[in-house]
Ligand binder design. Structure first.
Ligand code: DAH
Length: 350
């Protein structure tokens, strides 16, 4: 009988050696130690033995039972460790010492420039106005001294809604509403109108590195008694010196816009060459930045303000242009791309 335990043990060890999964080990446990298992079967055979034999054989079977049970547990442990190891190896590699990914969204460069301009103008007593992107023909053109069939409309083709409204081509479209909003305080309480209104503008443009169908401007107006071109130059120079963090030189050249008279193109000294002349400024030492002028009497009148009594200046700062200059962005399309790779570089640590 003793040989039976030895043979069974050998048979078990051979089977255990080739068991290569938790299920295989569990199967072995059942077939050896289960109710109808082989070891349990040996126990059952004892009933026919003499008491003497029962004792020695019983001992052997018990030893075998313990050995089988221990060997199964050890192999199960080994198997578990192996499976964990396999799982670890199949996982993508990662560096536990790497800092956590704290990537957050970032402000768009145009938002950064816009906010900077707003802060500067607010510190000079200007209010910041919001205005809709869908406007009427009157707001965008008529009230700005651009009647139907005026050739100035050619440069500002845009997207029209079926109801005749349009996507605004210029932030100037808010001028009329701003004059109407503040004219009473101006006329009755002598409070000058000082407002800026940043906004998104649209034009039917063929896009290239310098042109987009969607871009941002920031319009500004100041209306009071005795406002002159000197005031315009002062405000523009102060604002641009703050934006570029240096003393910016400005110059005015004549420019035509139906809603200002006289109208100007305001240039700033080139930051790259300091005014010496370089490829960026086409060797002129100046960069065209901001059209502006003295508000046309017809435009003031349309806003309910008497041009005999009040004068004012207006400017239309190209925010998109300003952001490109400030951050050195060569292609305007990058700004509308939504590409985080491009845009997140400009984030300020705000
Ligand atoms: N609205 C003009 C444009 O988009 C820019 C402009 C020119 C605005 C002169 C002004 C101004 O306020 O005075 O082309």
């Amino acid at each position: 009988m003793a040989e039976k335990t030895v043979a069974l043990k050998e048979e078990f060890l051979a089977a255990l050696a080739v068991a290569d999964s938790m299920e295989a080990i569990e199967k072995l446990r059942v077939s050896y130690l289960g109710k109808n298992g082989l070891v349990t079967g040996l126990m059952k055979e004892m009933k026919d033995l003499s008491p003497e034999e029962k004792k020695t054989f019983g001992q052997k079977v018990n030893e075998l039972k313990t050995e089988v049970s221990d060997a199964l547990s050890a192999k199960a442990e080994e198997m578990k460790a192996l499976e964990i190891q396999k799982e670890i190896e199949s996982m993508p590699e990662f560096d536990v010492s790497a800092p956590a990914n704290l990537a957050r969204g970032s402000y768009h460069p145009i938002t950064l420039v816009q906010r900077e301009c707003e802060t500067i103008f607010k510190s000079m007593g200007f209010t910041v106005e919001d205005y809709s992107e869908v406007v009427t023909d009157y707001e965008c053109f008529e009230s700005l001294n651009i009647p139907k069939h005026h050739p100035a409309r050619d440069m500002q083709d845009t997207y029209y809604l079926e109801n005749g409204q349009l996507l605004k081509t210029q932030t100037s479209a808010a001028q009329n509403a701003i004059y109407k909003k503040y004219k009473d305080a101006l006329i009755h309480d002598g409070v000058p109108i000082k407002a800026i209104f940043p906004g998104r503008c649209f034009r039917n443009e063929a896009t290239d590195a310098c042109h987009e169908n969607t871009f941002f401007q920031m319009e500004g107006v100041m209306v009071d008694k005795d406002i002159s071109i000197s005031n315009l130059i002062f405000f523009m120079k102060s604002m641009l010196s703050e934006v570029f963090k240096r003393d910016v030189k400005v110059r005015l050249r004549p420019g035509f816009f139906p809603f200002v008279e006289p109208g100007f193109e305001l240039d700033i000294s080139c930051a790259i060459c300091g005014g010496e002349g370089c490829p960026s400024c086409k060797h002129s030492g100046w960069l065209e930045l901001c059209p502006c002028g003295m508000i046309h009497p017809e435009v003031l009148k349309a806003g309910g303000i008497d041009p005999e009594e009040y004068t004012g200046f207006a400017f239309g700062l190209g925010l998109t242009r300003l952001a490109m200059m400030k951050y050195g962005v060569g292609d305007i399309r990058d700004l509308n791309s939504g590409s985080l790779k491009v845009l997140s570089q400009f984030t300020d640590d705000e």
